[in-house]
Design a protein around this ligand. Structure first.
Ligand code: ATP
Ligand code: MG
Ligand code: MG
Length: 554
């Protein structure tokens, strides 16, 4: 059932179906270059392409655009596959542009034979200087009219490793006066004496993006090749290359463009993210502060929350910046449904219940998730000495302070109503202990009048003798600016927030002792947290995924 209207890409597909495309001919691809980890911007492209696959029951290929061995690595290929799978999508075929190197070479030879490509032996600087300007035609290369025989011989020599890097390039012979600069005899191949992560040293000439992409789409018979807006001017070249080769019996792919998605308070560019990793600003690609899929996963984001975010922002024709709070909204919404509630204290203040028997312990019933009946209950230990949050106690406060103050009452979540009688301070006047009394008839769920008695505030707590110590990592935005890479005279690195990570020691209820990396919880009144991969037996490490927007009691 349709829950939203069609996006403009879906309208294009619908129109193609009306104009004679068969449903069976639909095929899509997600084409990352394995030169870094996927980020939240890629998630939009993944959800778009795989979403189309689901809507039209059409195959979607995962295509690695691996034509630049200088920047690409197997580690990135593996990470990309993990991330796409984790997001919940299954590709039809795993493809590599590098698998088409021979075919692309053969086609390039064809173009040379047709007089549509030539070997240029000028330096890249000389070639660039002849490009002209958008309003002025470029200058033709002195090598533009080389004979087919000479071109074939030189191109073969390039392929066989007879020349140094930069000695020659192969260029398409199109139009040096085109109003589209990309049509001014674009480079198709360059010499690179670098081993490739898949073809090793088989090749020392590598095809350029424009030459590779459309032909790869054609080989895979991709019907709609969706890319971001900066490729709009490339479409003419994409079509030109196809025009030289397309067999009329086969499907001709079409490129269509949509806007790149940017997220506030971060950067979504693999190159810039690599800079953060290499400079040590973050601890790797999956640092929980990174906008990478792996960083978000480690931070505690769920695939559902990312997919819902991508669906909500949809596909646009114009670039814009989406506020990161929308992403946070979606993870909060999902974790609210699935994360068990537990109690943890992050800034402890000791509370002693003077009329509670020394040495006694009680195991109280606690509901795991009020949003999910099937989540059941657990037992939480209660005793005479507890931790509460420092900020939940004030000696004196006005009537709007519903937490604990001297002479005031609050309910301890899942436990009793207590009254603060006195407190102890250190030399500097900081409260270091609160002495309370409790009402034994007020236990939560006991059904007595006292337990039904209304008190305004409810506090979370942990029993000191039962508490488990944990390292808790609190994250703030990585950048102090909403658009760190949007400033003319400043580098995005100038906006790094030096306080984006704070490590503290917290105290958690003992049910968390066996928690495993990836497990997710709501620390009541504090936020959503998950167990980090750095966690080992005897040393729990939690990440704060996101704070709670609303606390259930203030
Ligand atoms: P980066 O600058 O981060 O390397 P890219 O576009 O070069 O980005 P690719 O690996 O080529 O990265 O991207 C794979 C696909 O994802 C492409 O179709 C690309 O257009 C799309 N994509 C990349 N970044 C975004 C983004 N921010 N929003 C939407 N789609 C994106
Ligand atoms: Mg790219
Ligand atoms: Mg890139």
């Amino acid at each position: 059932e349709e829950v939203r209207s069609l996006n403009f890409i879906e309208h294009i597909v619908e129109e193609d179906l009306r104009n004679g495309y068969s449903r069976e001919s639909l095929r899509f691809r997600f084409p990352p270059e394995p030169n870094g980890y996927l980020h939240i911007g890629h998630a939009s492209s993944i959800c778009l392409n795989f979403g189309l696959g689901q809507r039209y029951n059409a195959p979607v290929n995962l295509r690695f655009d691996d034509t630049n061995p200088a920047k690409e690595e197997k580690e990135y290929v593996d990470a990309i596959k993990d991330d796409v799978s984790w997001l919940g999508y299954e590709w039809d075929t795993e493809c590599y542009a590098s698998d088409y190197f021979q075919q692309l070479y053969n086609w390039a030879v064809e173009l040379i034979k047709q007089g549509k490509a030539y070997v240029d032996s000028q330096s890249s600087e000389a070639i660039a200087s002849q490009k002209g300007t958008p309003t002025e035609a470029g200058t033709e290369s002195p090598f533009r009219n080389r004979s087919v025989e000479e071109n074939l011989e030189l191109f073969e020599g390039m392929k066989n490793g007879e020349f140094a890097e930069g000695a020659h390039v192969l260029r398409a012979k199109i139009n040096m006066a085109s109003t589209n600069m990309l049509m001014r005899d674009p480079v198709m191949y360059r010499i690179l004496h670098k081993p490739h992560h898949r073809t090793n040293t088989d090749w020392c000439i590598y095809p350029m993006y424009d030459w590779t992409h459309g032909e790869s789409d054609y080989i895979e018979q991709v019907s709609h090749s969706l890319c971001t807006l900066e490729f709009l001017p490339h479409r003419e070249l994409y079509d030109w290359f196809l025009d030289q080769l397309v067999d009329s019996k086969k499907l001709r792919p079409k490129q269509r463009e949509f806007a790149r998605r940017n997220l506030s308070h971060t950067v979504v560019s693999k190159r810039k993210l690599l800079q953060l990793v290499e400079s040590g600003v973050v601890n790797g690609w999956d640092d929980p502060r990174m906008p990478t899929i792996s960083g978000l996963r480690r931070r505690g984001y769920t695939p559902e929350s990312i997919r819902n975010f991508a669906d909500t922002i949809g596909i646009a024709k114009r670039e814009n910046v989406v506020d990161v709070s929308l992403l946070e909204f979606h993870v909060r919404e999902h974790l609210n449904k699935i994360a068990p509630r537990v109690m943890a204290v992050l800034n402890p203040l000791k509370l002693v219940i003077t009329n509670y028997e020394k040495g006694k312990e009680e195991w109280l019933d606690a509901e795991n998730n009020p949003e999910d009946e099937s989540a059941g209950n657990r037992k939480v230990p209660f005793s005479r000495e507890l931790y509460i949050e420092q900020e939940d106690f004030k000696e004196e406060a006005n009537r709007k302070f519903f937490r604990l103050k001297l002479g005031g009452e609050v309910r301890l979540k899942n436990g009793y109503i207590i009254k603060a009688e006195s407190c102890t301070k250190d030399e500097d006047g900081n409260v270091i202990e609160v002495q309370c009394t409790f009402d034994p008839k007020s236990r939560s769920g006991s059904g007595t009048d006292e337990s039904l008695r209304k008190v305004k505030g409810t506090l979370h707590w942990v029993s000191i003798p039962h508490a488990v110590t944990a390292e808790v990592r609190l994250y703030d935005r990585l950048f102090n600016d909403a658009t760190p890479d949007g400033h003319k005279n400043k580098d995005f690195m100038d906006f790094i927030n030096p306080d984006s990570l704070q490590k503290i020691t917290g105290y958690v209820e003992p049910s968390l002792k066996e928690a495993k990396p990836g497990d997710q919880f709501q620390f009541q009144r504090l936020g959503y947290f998950n167990v980090d991969k750095d966690s080992v037996e005897g040393h729990l490490v939690f990440n704060r995924t996101v704070t709670l927007r609303d606390t259930w009691a203030k």
